[in-house]
Design a binder for this molecule. Structure first.
Ligand code: 6R9
Length: 667
């Protein structure tokens, strides 16, 4: 079923694909020198253009990554081995023997050369109240926090959970962990107390960092209260550091530490720990095909190198540019392209606390004008949403600072791509649709870098990045279509035991040996020119607003699903608990997809109404199981229906399904 559903989608998408080609970044008449783009390339014999450089990066991977790592990172001691990987054993090691500190690479070395350069612009929820923080100030914040964490007993190898909205102290907390050798585990501050507790327990954190309250879209969210609820079920937690985002006091217990007050008592110097290349930098939980979130591990050197390289070349980032990635730091996009990539490059990075429509749908573009943003990186969901409000909200603001527009998180449809290109970018900025995953740490497939005149096809992620070898697992001998397999042999790929379980997981149950590749869970089409178009997920993972939510997380918010069939139409009402920080119509669209997966082929639900704030019964999960059984015609094995709000509706579904299949007539 999965396969046919995907093939259907594929056909629709490829046939509707607008083949108009945009040639951006033309440098006609100018001679092209690869070394002026990437200085390391001088040493790579025979490499004169981009495709030569790409081939070199995959064929001479040791030389490529060795040179780049020596040139771009500051090492405390040099590495002796570039890579030592055997994916079949789950072994992935890069830059062995090397010692470095990630916070030194992101802060100290820039403080030495340009201490007053703005490292971070905190775009607060309240428009026009941005806060600029220089490299010197960010290093000071990080050192004070590092010293405070040490005073509170956090040691090298511990894992600190961070449950904070995008704010400078969240970023400094991540860097402070890196400085003292602790790992961080950032949990998106929209997750429920249950989801937070699961992640704290799994990471065995003894320290949690949070804020009293968050502010988003003009609304105040009681984050400390969520933490209080979560830690009741987390015996490992000994202390909660609480920063103040609003003026409102919140109840504090003996376990709670007022963060700003205590960190001001600390010194502004904190000795960085020399970390091994393969020590853990962070854990980040993401939804897998099993429905249960899994903690992925990224390590120090390979991750940092890869995010800085992709940040520099995919977006064509140059010194002095203002980089605006509007993701939340709670997702991998925030880790890689708000924090580590831009800071490693000495860049100026924007930390966006608000929403695309607060106080109005001009928010992004008003911010672009006010902050002079040069590269804007956002999600297709937001672009689609803003498109609906019309061009005026964009055209009201001066966007001449923009040079590159990026897209991430889900496939971008042609209409949204063209609007982004034509209206937001005035037809002069390349749109880079970047495909990657929490597992890959950084961008794997994107239109740039490429030779200067290379085309960009709307809606296509186009080419693999340096060192990346994607492949398509072709199940039905249809050349060019398949599930994306990703070579595990590049520095930012996830680490640890998890590599082993990925190895065994195959969404299409085929027996193909993996030989260093892993299944991404995404379907793709490769054109005859070799360009990649990502179709979307083939497993049970649901992409909401560009972020992965597994069935478990979604069922956490779905209270019940009521299905009513009228004639040929199927009406699906999904009742939600209130704690979901996603736009309602977007969620409804994703839920519709989820439900249509369950009854695909036979009926097409055309309406979902989202009702909020009802008590939770968890019957969404039961209903999904029931729908599967109905579709498989196993109606004798429906199981216990007593937790459904309306068990009788199931019989109605069965009758309607039979009618649709034409079985009813025979009875
Ligand atoms: C970075 C990020 C990963 C999943 C991935 C895919 C989808 C991401 C995409 C895209 C089509 C793109 N995805 N970028 N699909 N085109 N440009 O989003 O990481 O949260 O782990 O999600 O998102 O389905 O497998 P993550």
């Amino acid at each position: 079923m999965m396969c046919s559903l995907w093939r259907g989608t594929l056909l629709t998408l490829t046939s509707s694909l607008n083949r108009r080609v945009f040639q951006c970044c033309r440098q006609l008449g100018r001679s092209y020198n690869i070394a002026s783009c990437m200085p390391e390339a001088v040493a790579f014999q025979g490499v004169s253009d981009h495709s030569g450089l790409y081939k070199f990066s995959v064929n001479e991977s040791d030389r490529f990554w060795g040179a780049v790592a020596r040139q771009r990172l500051s090492w405390i001691s040099p590495f002796h081995t570039v890579q030592n990987c055997d994916f079949s054993q789950g072994k992935i090691k890069w830059f062995e023997g090397g010692k470095l500190n990630v916070s030194v690479n992101c802060l100290d070395r820039h403080v030495q050369t340009c201490p007053e350069r703005v490292a971070l612009i905190w775009e607060r929820d309240e428009p026009g109240t941005e806060v600029k923080i220089t490299y010197r100030q960010l290093l000071e914040l990080t050192c004070r926090l590092g010293n405070l964490l040490k005073r509170q007993g956090v040691r090298r190898g511990d894992c600190v959970t961070i449950y904070m909205p995008p704010c400078p102290l969240a970023m400094a907390s991540m860097l402070a962990c890196a400085r003292i050798g602790a790992a961080h585990n950032v949990v998106f501050a929209g997750f429920s107390s249950e989801a937070l507790a699961d992640r704290i327990r799994d990471a065995q954190s003894s320290t949690v960092i949070t804020v009293n309250q968050g502010v988003r879209g003009g609304k105040v969210v009681d984050l400390k209260r969520t933490v209080d609820q979560a830690v009741q079920n987390c015996p490992t937690v000994q202390q909660v550091l609480v920063a103040m985002r609003t003026e409102n006091t919140v109840p504090m217990t003996d376990r709670d530490v007022p963060l700003e007050e205590e960190m001001m008592k600390e010194d502004v110097v904190c000795e960085p720990v020399a970390m091994d290349s393969e020590d853990v930098l962070f854990l980040l939980y993401t939804s897998g095909s099993t429905g249960k979130p899994k903690g992925l591990v990224h390590t120090q050197a390979g991750y940092l190198l890869y995010t800085s390289l992709t940040h520099r070349y995919v977006f064509n980032y140059h010194d002095g540019d203002v980089f605006g990635c509007v993701a939340d730091i709670g997702w991998i996009t925030g880790h890689s392209y708000i924090v580590y990539g831009p800071l490693c490059n000495g860049g100026t990075t924007v930390l966006f606390e608000s929403t695309p429509v607060y106080p109005n749908p001009g928010r992004y573009w008003e911010m672009v004008e006010r902050l002079g943003i040069n590269q804007f990186y956002g999600a297709p969901t937001a672009i689609r949403l803003l498109l609906k409000y019309g061009d005026e909200w964009v055209q009201n603001y001066n966007r001449s600072s923009l040079k590159t527009l990026g897209s991430v998180g889900e496939p971008i449809n042609t209409e949204a791509w063209e609007w982004y290109h034509r209206v937001v970018g005035d037809g002069r900025c390349p749109v880079v649709d970047t495909w990657w995953q929490t597992e890959t740490g950084g961008i794997c497939i994107a239109p740039r870098p490429a030779d200067p005149e290379a085309e960009i096809v709307p809606g296509m992620a186009m080419h693999p990045f340096y060192g990346i070898k994607p492949a398509l697992l072709d199940t039905e001998v249809v050349t060019g279509d398949g599930v994306v397999l990703q070579s595990a042999q590049f520095p930012a790929f996830l680490r640890l035991r998890l590599a082993l379980c990925y190895n065994q997981y195959c969404p299409l149950n085929c027996a193909t040996p993996l030989l260093g590749f892993f299944f991404t869970g995404d379907g793709a089409h490769r054109s005859k020119e070799g360009y990649y178009q990502i179709i979307g997920r083939l497993d049970d993972v649901i992409n909401v607003s560009g972020h992965r939510l597994g069935t478990a997380e979604l069922e956490d918010v779905v209270v019940c699903t009521i299905i009513i069939m009228f004639g040929l139409g199927v009406y699906v009402f999904v009742v939600l608990k209130k704690a979901v920080m996603v736009e309602e119509d977007v969620l409804a669209q994703q839920l519709r997809e989820m439900v249509s997966r369950s009854i695909a082929k036979y009926a097409c639900p055309d309406f979902i109404q989202v009702v909020r704030c009802l008590p939770k019964t968890r019957s969404g999960k039961i209903m999904r199981r029931v729908l599967r059984k109905v579709v498989e015609r196993n109606t004798d094995e429906l199981g216990d229906l007593s937790t459904l709000d309306d068990p009788d509706s199931v019989h109605e579904v069965i009758r309607g399904h039979r009618r649709l299949r034409g079985d009813g007539k025979q009875q």
